[in-house]
Write a protein that binds this ligand. Structure first.
Ligand SMILES: [Zn+2]
Length: 360
């Protein structure tokens, strides 16, 4: 049971407020990715200072190490990682498909070997939901099968139907707690009719929110947007909508304009560790020698610790020297950029001028 309230609308875009057991999230919202119970190169205080009030945790990584049972015994994931705000956990399905070895799919679930030590595991809808309960997730995700792209339409349809049966089992396995909820995931590849069928089915099952999955895996932005447009009309207005694994700043703006409320992506954090910075003047590569003598900050309008304390020349030096501080400062900057982008969109929605809003 999660409370979600739409406060304002501008075209298809919504300004919303999602209330969880660990605080309120203003939407549209971006969720930084905290894979192994940490947002890489950041302290929890640093993440909160960017403005983020919800993180994504990865079930696959945490079930293998340190294990969900150990985290539960130590008081849950919020306490374990000292993050007092909300946490959404994924179901583990996507990473089983992308990281685990020797997978065997069946109606029951997916059997696989750990990429860490080769140990055998079985991930079923019931097990995934139980792991997410042990972690203490505010938002639990239903287990789905991540359909590869490209794939034949028949294969996409069979995969989507399996995901729908798993969605029902996931819903049934979820233990209701105040301030905690479960989201169902719409699949269907790049086929509008399959997306529509999947959306109707997910809504029928009855979830606290709806995710659009299986996109941003190489189909291109125009197709991603087309699939969002094929899905959103079937989703009830009074529940939050989450576009999984998206994306670049322009993807976020386009999806918010099409009615999406929540996002997650590794892009700002991963880019921060590879010397890429998102700025209001475009993307910068701090490895580039043209920054070596530049006394200016990364982004003059940014409030983050990298921009208020340091020059591009210094950040370039840290990158060249392989210093850990380079990753820390650039990650803090990128997450601040994303948080400020979402805040600017929320402001534009409440002012009724999102139509002219573009990613800076
Ligand atoms: Zn900055």
């Amino acid at each position: 049971m999660l409370a979600f309230k739409v406060l304002a609308q501008d075209g298809s875009a919504r300004l919303g407020r999602l209330t969880t057991a660990h605080g309120v999230i203003e939407t549209p919202a971006f969720m930084p990715v905290g894979t192994a119970a940490t947002v890489k190169a950041m302290t929890p205080e640093g993440v909160a200072a960017t403005g983020a009030r919800i993180l994504l945790g990865n079930t696959y990584h945490l079930m293998l190490r340190p294990t969900a049972e150990r985290i539960a015994a130590l008081g849950g994931l919020h306490k374990f990682m000292n993050w007092p705000h909300a946490i959404l956990t994924d179901s583990g399905g996507f990473q089983v498909m992308s990281l685990a070895g020797l997978r065997t799919m069946s109606e029951d679930g997916v059997a696989f070997r750990s990429h860490l030590d080769g140990s055998r595991h079985l991930l079923t809808p019931e097990r995934s939901i139980d792991i997410q309960r042990l972690l203490g997730a505010d938002i639990t995700m239903a287990l789905d099968e991540c359909t590869p792209f490209p794939a034949e339409r028949d294969a996409v349809e069979r995969s989507m139907e399996l995901s729908m049966r798993w969605a029902e089992r996931s819903r049934r396995a979820f233990v209701e707690r105040e301030g905690h909820g479960i989201f169902g995931i719409v699949q269907g590849g790049v086929h509008a009719d399959l997306r529509a069928r999947s959306a109707r089915r997910v809504v029928e099952i009855g979830f606290d929110g709806h995710a659009i999955g299986g996109l941003a895996i190489g189909e291109g932005q125009a197709t991603t947007f087309a699939m969002v447009e094929a899905t959103v009309p079937f989703l009830p207005a009074e529940k939050p909508r989450y576009l999984m694994g998206v994306g670049k700043p322009a993807d976020l703006v386009g999806a918010v304009k099409r009615g999406v409320d929540m996002f997650d992506c590794v892009l700002p954090t991963r880019s921060g560790r590879t010397a890429q910075a998102f700025t209001r003047q475009g993307t910068l590569n701090l490895r580039n020698a043209r920054h070596a003598d530049d006394p200016a900050p990364l982004d003059t309008e940014c409030r983050c610790p990298a921009c208020t304390g340091f020059s591009r020349a210094y950040l370039h030096h840290l990158v060249k020297a392989g210093e850990i501080l380079a990753s820390m400062l650039l990650t803090a900057h990128n997450l601040t950029y994303y948080a400020d982008l979402m805040a600017a969109m929320r402001e534009a929605i409440s002012a009724g001028r999102l139509a002219e809003f573009e990613a800076p």
